[in-house]
Ligand binder design. Structure first.
Ligand SMILES: NC(=O)c1ccc[n+]([C@@H]2O[C@H](COP(=O)([O-])OP(=O)(O)OC[C@H]3O[C@@H](n4cnc5c(N)ncnc54)[C@H](O)[C@@H]3O)[C@@H](O)[C@H]2O)c1
Length: 442
């Protein structure tokens, strides 16, 4: 057996991160305003980018004895925060200062320090249809003769922004849409474009933004659990237009904890008989998720990972009878400060039961904002490195990672991180780190 780490390969050609990177967000609510206000606060030196791997993370290169651990942002050419420019769409009138005040995530004092900047950004009128998000009513929405016309208006907005920036990415930070499944209209680019003209109900607004972005050759990130780009038609368009895609549903709170604890149980061959997760949440996202049809989309996204991590088909004695329940309760007094409880019933040696209780007093958008930043910077890097289609190496950031058809996703957050870092090493022609480590003992 070779005791050497995986051989190095040729570095990929990566275009430099020159000029302005335009970040467009479909949906400018709590997560988006926390991201934009946060980037501006960091640029002004009044806050630190905590939680962001691209800004704070390091990457080990070579052997452990080499002590070579640069910052990720010094290792791969990422856009600098100073070069980020923001725009986006929402259905509410007003500017981002008002939107951030409504979201009530950041302190007023902090917002006031960057008030003129936030006031200078006003969301563009959105493409919205209440059929897909029942709890919201639009104040500012585009009108058009059919879905194709509306999606083309988004393309025009993108084209306009292209003239002011050098590269762009588009992120869905909009609300969670109703649960949808793949139908015939999603199977090819031709079927999808026919569906746009024929107003097919299988095409949701988030998919119209995604189509518009990809048609313009712009990478697309799906931050919600919506079907959006997780369909053959948009996957095909992504590859055709050299515009990478990834999704779905930012992994921030309870699911992140699950993706850490579940692998622990499995590595120690501890059984799990039940996992009950509940949340109270009072922001607009919580209000939207109070609608059963939007909740179903979220529920599917949150439920999937345990079966995939624990593999009950391989370990029936340990995981076949697990009872897994997820609840989200809309509770306005808490605003964005979600509380997530988990009760986990596990069993050990000879079947003796034990319990673990978690009470995570978190802040939804504080956890999500750095993830959105990282995804925008990494997806821009991916495009400059010539990558297209689904970017599974970014599954680290998602509750329900998109994968190639027929492939199950990796949910274990540490495997996901290894995959991400090895992809960066691969792009730069560095040795991949396998953790085999025999070479230290030769
Ligand atoms: N930790 C987190 O906060 C977290 C984690 C995972 C996923 N998400 C998802 O991220 C999304 C954003 O979360 P949030 O807390 O910012 O919610 P939010 O309700 O504060 O913001 C969403 C915004 O999207 C807008 N919107 C809805 N439909 C739109 C459309 N068709 N076009 C343009 N704008 C539209 C809404 O008006 C709203 O302002 C949600 O789907 C949420 O489920 C959030």
């Amino acid at each position: 057996m070779s005791s050497q780490p995986a051989a190095s390969q040729n570095a990929a050609t990566i275009q430099p991160a020159k000029g302005k990177l335009g970040i467009m967000t479909a949906g400018m609510g709590a997560v988006c305003t926390t991201l934009i206000a946060g980037v501006e606060a960091v640029r002004r030196g009044i806050a630190k980018p905590i939680g962001s791997l691209t800004q704070m993370g390091t990457i080990r290169l070579g052997k452990r004895t080499e002590n070579n651990t640069p910052l990720i942002k010094d290792f791969v050419p990422l856009a600098s925060l100073d070069d980020l420019v923001f725009t986006g769409w929402d259905i509410f009138g007003g500017n981002l200062y008002e939107a951030a005040r409504t979201a009530q995530v950041l302190d007023r004092d902090q917002l006031d320090q960057i008030r003129p900047y936030l006031e200078s950004i006003e969301p563009l009128p959105a493409v919205f249809d209440q059929h897909y998000v029942k709890r919201l009513t639009a104040k500012k929405a585009k009108t058009g003769k059919n879905k194709c016309d509306l999606a083309s208006q988004i393309r025009n907005d993108i084209a306009e922004f292209k003239s002011k920036t050098d590269r762009q990415v588009l992120i869905w930070t909009g609300s969670t849409e109703i649960f949808m499944e793949e139908t015939a209209v999603h199977q090819s680019i031709e079927a999808f474009e026919r569906g746009l003209t024929e107003n097919d109900p299988g095409i949701a607004p988030s998919q119209m933004y995604a189509w518009a972005a990809l048609k313009e050759g712009i990478p697309f990130i799906n931050g919600a659990p919506n079907l959006t780009v997780d369909i053959p038609a948009l996957n095909e368009l992504s590859r055709k237009m050299n515009a990478p895609i990834c999704g779905k549903d930012f992994k921030t709170g309870q699911t992140m904890i699950k993706s850490v604890l579940a692998p622990m149980f499995k590595t120690r061959m501890l059984g799990v008989s039940g996992w009950y997760s509940t949340n109270i949440l009072g922001n607009r996202d919580g209000e939207v998720l109070d609608d059963p049809e939007s909740f179903k989309t979220k529920e599917e996204s949150k439920l999937g990972l345990l079966d995939i991590i624990l593999q009950p088909e391989l370990y029936p004695v340990l995981y076949k009878d697990i009872y897994h329940k997820v609840r989200i309760n809309y509770y306005p007094p808490r605003g964005d400060n979600k509380e997530g409880w988990d009760n986990i019933d596990i069993f050990g040696w000879l079947g003796y039961p034990m319990q673990i209780k978690i009470d995570f007093l978190c802040r939804d958008s504080i956890l999500a904002a750095p993830i959105v930043l990282d995804l925008a910077l990494f997806l821009d890097l991916a495009q400059r490195a010539g990558m297209k289609g689904i970017q599974e190496w970014l599954s680290f950031y998602f509750k329900s990672p998109q994968t190639a058809p027929g492939l199950y996703p990796e949910h274990d957050v540490f495997i996901q991180l290894m995959k991400l870092k090895n992809t960066l090493r691969y792009l730069r022609g560095e040795d991949l780190i396998t953790h085999l480590g025999l070479e230290y003992y030769d």
